[in-house]
Every structure is written in structure tokens, then in C-alpha cells.
Design a protein around this ligand. Structure first.
Ligand code: MG
Length: 254
């Protein structure tokens, strides 16, 4: 009896392992912003990504000089540079779908009621003290909203990578976006893995094998063409970040 239970457990674990290797998770890039009424990095794009069953959604964050974290891709919104402005100047700005630009706090409040995982991209701030303050604020906000288990971090900023690894709770996944570091270097830094541009990973397919051997995860961006999606599914990418989540979902299921 004990033997049977053990073999069933082993089988279940093997199946879980196989599925995790074979099936990349779908990460909506800046939310599902091509959906109707949506816009990049809007609350609507987060809700839409969740409603179609994406495993995760990515968004970008900047902090104002007086310490409010906003969700936006570009450093500026309607000509206002977020990192050099006050929150009161930024908060009045609207996204192309008419929504006010969300603060991180507002986005996390919306995420609390959803199931989707969050991939938070820390943007590189010119002032590294400000960036450190942003890291502390982001981590505290995620904790306050009870979303630590559902949130991972990505960044192009090397200092930001080090700060996130140092200050986020143990076990938090932090990934590097700036394609120049090898899996072994990332492992040494304590990163969870790499999240590199598709052209980097097409040139260096061996980084998939090396990452697996080191126990690191792999994510690729921004993969919108079917041919690229199929190529990365075959390579066993753990995550694929895309502006076309519904197409990727169909290919992953197939
Ligand atoms: Mg981003």
C-alpha cells in the first residue's frame, strides 16, 4: 500500500515536472492592452489579462521625486517626466483609454481580487538613491497588499537587480532583462533567472539548457510572432512574454 502511494506520488511529481518543462506560462506584456477598452499598463489591461486566464501580467513602475510609485512604461506621460515630478502633477494624467494613470497601490488593490501573478518591472532611475527608495516602497506595497507570493521582479538596472535581490523577502523571484549576463553569473548574484530579448535567446539557445542545469528559470520578450512562439515553446522557456496572449495560449495548449 505504502509502495503504491509512493509510486503514485513519484508519478504525480514527474508529471508536474514534465508539464512545467513542456508548457511555458503566458505573461501578458503591459497587461492585455490590445483588448477592447484597454491600454498599456492600465487597470483594465490587468483585469483583461486575468479574465482570459494568463498566468501572469507584466507592468512597469517609476517613482516620483516625492515618493509615489506609478505604473507606466515610458519615463514620461504627456510630457511629464515621472521620476523628476511630484505625484500631484502625475496623478492628473490619463491613459489613452481614459483611465487615470494608476499608482502601484491602485494596481495592487485591483490585483488582490484576481488570480493572476504579477511581474513588476523596476525602471532604471537616473538617481540610484531614488531607485533604492523605489525598491523599498514597491516591496513594502506588495507586502501590504498580501501579494508577495504572486509577485516577481524584473529590471534592466544592474544596481536595481542587486537591490531587489537584497531587499525582497527570501524566495522572491528577481530576473534580469539586460541580456549581457550568463546564467552562471546570474546564479552567482542570486537571481531567479533571466528574462531576455528574443533575439538574445535565439542567438544563445544554450542558455536554456544552462539555466535548467543551474535551477534558473527563463523568460523571453516580446514574442508576438507565431514562429517565434513555437521556437521558444520547443526550447522549453518557462515563461513567454507577449502582446498576443490569446495566440500564445492557443499554441501552448496545442
Ligand atoms: Mg516592461
Amino acid at each position: 500500500m505504502k509502495q503504491t502511494i509512493l509510486s503514485l506520488l513519484t508519478l504525480a511529481m514527474a508529471l508536474t515536472w514534465f508539464q512545467s518543462v513542456a508548457q511555458p506560462q503566458v505573461v501578458a506584456h503591459r497587461g492585455h492592452w490590445r483588448a477592447e477598452g484597454s491600454a498599456q499598463n492600465s487597470i483594465r489591461s490587468l483585469v483583461k489579462a486575468d479574465s482570459i486566464g494568463c498566468e501572469a501580467t507584466e507592468f512597469d513602475v517609476w517613482m516620483t521625486r516625492d515618493g509615489t510609485v506609478f505604473v507606466n512604461h515610458d519615463p514620461t506621460i504627456n510630457g511629464i517626466e515621472i521620476q523628476k515630478s511630484k505625484a500631484s502633477e502625475v496623478t492628473r494624467q490619463r491613459l489613452p483609454n481614459g483611465e487615470p494613470i494608476p499608482t502601484l497601490d491602485q494596481l495592487l488593490t485591483a490585483a488582490e481580487t484576481l488570480k493572476i501573478n504579477l511581474v513588476c518591472e523596476l525602471k532604471p532611475h537616473a538617481d540610484k538613491q531614488q531607485e533604492l527608495q523605489a525598491v523599498r516602497k514597491i516591496i513594502a506595497a506588495v507586502r501590504r497588499h498580501g501579494l508577495e507570493a504572486r509577485t516577481s521582479y524584473i529590471t534592466f538596472s544592474y544596481p536595481g537587480l542587486r537591490m531587489l535581490i537584497k531587499h525582497a523577502p527570501k524566495g522572491t523571484e528577481v530576473y534580469y532583462l539586460n541580456g549581457e549576463l550568463s546564467p552562471a553569473t546570474l546564479k552567482g548574484l542570486g537571481a531567479a533567472g533571466l528574462d531576455y530579448n528574443l533575439s538574445v535567446m535565439r542567438r544563445r539557445p544554450e542558455w536554456f539548457t544552462q539555466s535548467r542545469e543551474l535551477g534558473l528559470k527563463t523568460n523571453v520578450w516580446t514574442v508576438d510572432a507565431q514562429e517565434n512562439m513555437e521556437w521558444f515553446i520547443e526550447r522549453g522557456a518557462d515563461y513567454i512574454t507577449t502582446n498576443e496572449p490569446e495566440l500564445l495560449q492557443r499554441l501552448v495548449k496545442r
